[in-house]
Design a protein around this ligand. Structure first.
Ligand SMILES: NC(=O)c1ccc[n+]([C@@H]2O[C@H](COP(=O)([O-])OP(=O)(O)OC[C@H]3O[C@@H](n4cnc5c(N)ncnc54)[C@H](O)[C@@H]3O)[C@@H](O)[C@H]2O)c1
Length: 264
């Protein structure tokens, strides 16, 4: 049987974007190829030859079947609906969804144009269980613990280097934490979106300069059922060690046309 090729456009060529490109290209059986790579930092595109797309306005000419954002929530604000008018779009900077108007615009555009928007589970362990029981949960709590140097505090005007002891940076509904720490709390946003929503999910962000790992705990409770998940992992910049492989796995779930046995 002839195999179709899924063309994947990549936005953001940093830690995750470059790892995802490598994983797509290392596995020729998966039926995917990179259609373009865009980054706002032009110096990251210099060695990419024809794959480089300096101006994202030209995305439609590259014929991508799926475009994957791995850059910043600002990309979805500026380009999400434009992309969805033409093709499918996966965005990993999920904090963008805390903006109700943007969420509605993404949903409406995909319905009007017959395209699909995807949110990957990314750093969330157990998103399937949160989603499948979303009508059952009475409470969902997210606890995130990191060193201050791994938290981008620019939007709240804090210098992480000045934080010398254990400090609670946020304690409240998930909708409120997303604009304050847009590059750090994508797992909170995905948990909220999969489960009981941005207003009913509770987020706690604690930092301590003595911590070297990142910890995310999820505690969901409903009648007769309780879900408790904790992952402890090393972290580089704002990204936990397991995330690049997780993002590639979701790209593959959507785009791979390769043979074999596939877990869903
Ligand atoms: N969903 C998840 O579980 C999850 C987990 C970790 C990180 N993330 C998010 O993924 C994104 C990428 O993470 P990373 O560790 O690869 O970061 P990174 O800093 O290593 O790379 C980001 C790249 O995107 C580029 N960029 C930033 N803003 C841009 C814009 N507006 N337009 C085009 N390019 C832009 C930067 O120049 C950089 O090259 C971040 O937004 C991060 O918050 C999501």
């Amino acid at each position: 049987m002839a195999q179709n090729t899924t063309r994947v456009g990549l936005i953001g060529y940093g830690l995750i974007g470059s790892a995802v490109r490598d994983m797509i290209e290392k596995n020729p059986d998966n039926g995917m190829e990179v259609a373009f790579i865009h980054d706002q930092d032009a110096s990251r595109l210099t060695d990419l030859g024809d794959l480089a797309l300096e101006d994202l306005a030209g995305f439609d000419e590259r014929g991508a079947d799926l475009i994957v954002e791995m850059a910043h929530p600002a990309v979805t604000r500026a380009w999400g609906t434009k992309i969805l008018q033409k093709t499918d779009y996966m965005f990993i900077s999920v904090t963008a969804l805390a903006d109700r108007e943007l969420e509605q615009a993404i949903d409406a555009t995909s319905r009007k144009h017959g395209t699909r928007a995807y949110v990957p589970h990314g750093g969330v362990v157990g998103m399937d269980a949160l989603l499948e029981n979303r009508d059952v949960w009475e409470s969902v709590d997210v606890v995130m613990k990191k060193a201050p140097k791994n938290v981008d505090c620019a939007a709240v005007g804090l210098d992480p280097n000045e934080i010398k002891e254990e400090t609670v940076l946020y304690d409240g509904p998930t909708r409120g934490i997303c604009p304050k720490f847009p590059r750090n709390v994508n797992t909170h946003a995905s948990i909220a979106y999969a489960g009981i929503g941005f207003d009913r999910t509770h987020s706690l962000l604690i930092v301590n300069p003595a911590w070297t790992n990142a910890i995310v705990e999820i505690h969901a409770k409903g009648p007769g059922v309780e879900l408790n998940v904790s992952r402890i992992e090393s972290i580089t910049g704002v990204t936990g060690a397991s995330t690049p492989a997780s993002i590639y796995n979701t790209v593959q779930m959507i785009g791979s046309t390769g043979p074999g046995i596939h877990l869903r």
